[in-house]
Design a protein around this ligand. Structure first.
Ligand SMILES: NC(=O)c1ccc[n+]([C@@H]2O[C@H](COP(=O)([O-])OP(=O)(O)OC[C@H]3O[C@@H](n4cnc5c(N)ncnc54)[C@H](OP(=O)(O)O)[C@@H]3O)[C@@H](O)[C@H]2O)c1
Length: 314
């Protein structure tokens, strides 16, 4: 099979496309023919050299990728929930390795969900790490409901564009930041108030928020606390720059959450149902092929993606 092999940590040129053996499965595993994978900043950080990199580079075939959709090819003898031909998607192997930048990948039952009828492979592959992050953060930590006021940063990107849609689904009033060319897009997702982060100070435009969903980190933690009401919740997700959120929020009389997604099948099934109902609409800004994986990474690294970038296997 064809796969994108990571030679070493570094820039996108460290990935090369190679022919390698299709992986074998154990009794409790499933072999899936990949249709689509989607890419995330975590893969850029792993490629550059983060906490996942040393372990991945020890593998005979270091392959990035966690998000995927595809068709079940073969099941191990202990598998009861899936059969060959089933269309599935999920966050594969996380927080281990999913190796989805390849024509086939191996998964356990707990990391797979059936793709509902009428939902495309691209939409399913896109609605994985980014979607579950927004869903879990806003549902379990933000506890959004009718009358909640939430400020969502980077509302036009992978996580943010799901965040706006979930916040509206939960009944909240949404303030959203992005740059002006993305205003119509963010409002079409459902945002009630748009803030251009390049020309406006969000802490003046959004006041007395119940929740701020911070996708930027660093100085955005201090600034976002100014938008919160006393007792409000600041959820910050960039793991490289959100270390101080709990302490800083406590000093300001708020609650700080240093969030990391949990790979949870129940939540993926809830996402599948929202996709089926048409309540969750992933936006796919561009589709690359596996041969173009380096270009896809370079595009995501610019930091200006609208929605998600997906990779088609052929
Ligand atoms: N902890 C977890 O479990 C978890 C899970 C998923 C993601 N993350 C992290 O969350 C972060 C966001 O991920 P993502 O996939 O959403 O990234 P992304 O898709 O690359 O985000 C791109 C978007 O961010 C917007 N943006 C950039 N700077 C901004 C600013 N200063 N203010 C407002 N908007 C800004 C851009 O809009 P413009 O083009 O208008 O600038 C663009 O649309 C990453 O650091 C990622 O690693 C953490």
């Amino acid at each position: 099979m064809k796969a994108a092999i990571l030679k070493d940590t570094g820039n996108a040129d460290q990935m090369t496309i190679k022919e390698i053996p299709t992986p074998a499965i154990k009794e409790n595993e499933i072999l899936i023919k990949t249709e689509m994978t989607s890419i995330n900043p975590i893969e850029i950080k792993t490629r550059d050299g983060n906490r996942f990199s040393p372990e991945l580079l020890k593998h005979e075939y270091p392959i990035l990728g966690w998000d995927a959709s595809g068709v079940v090819e073969k099941v191990g003898k202990d598998i009861t929930e899936f059969k060959p031909g089933d269309k599935v998607f999920g966050i594969i192997g996380f927080p281990g390795f999913g190796k989805t930048y390849a024509e086939y990948f191996v998964a356990e039952e707990k990391h797979l969900t059936l793709i509902p009828e009428g939902v495309s492979f691209a939409a399913a592959a896109a609605s994985t790490i980014a979607a579950i992050t927004a869903y879990q953060a806003l549902r379990y930590f933000g506890k959004l409901g009718p009358n909640s006021k939430v400020l969502i940063h980077a509302a036009s990107g992978g996580v943010g564009h799901y965040g706006v849609q979930f916040a509206k689904h939960f009944g909240a009033e949404v303030w959203a930041t992005a740059s002006q060319p993305k205003e119509d897009f963010v409002k079409e997702l459902g945002a009630d108030h748009f803030i251009d982060y390049k020309t406006q100070n969000f802490e003046e435009e959004a006041q007395n928020m119940d929740v701020v969903f911070d996708l930027i980190g660093g100085e955005y933690i201090d600034r976002s606390l100014k938008s919160l009401k006393k007792g409000g919740v600041l959820i910050s997700i960039p793991s490289s720059s959100n270390e101080a959120v709990e302490e800083k929020a406590e000093k300001a009389g708020c609650v700080g959450v240093r969030f990391s997604l949990k790979n949870n099948k129940e939540d993926m099934q809830a996402i599948a149902q929202l996709l089926k109902a048409g309540e969750l609409k992933p936006h796919i800004s561009s589709t690359f092929t596996l041969d173009e994986i380096r270009e896809a990474h370079r595009e995501l690294e610019k930091g200006h993606t609208k929605g998600k970038i997906v990779i088609a296997m052929e």
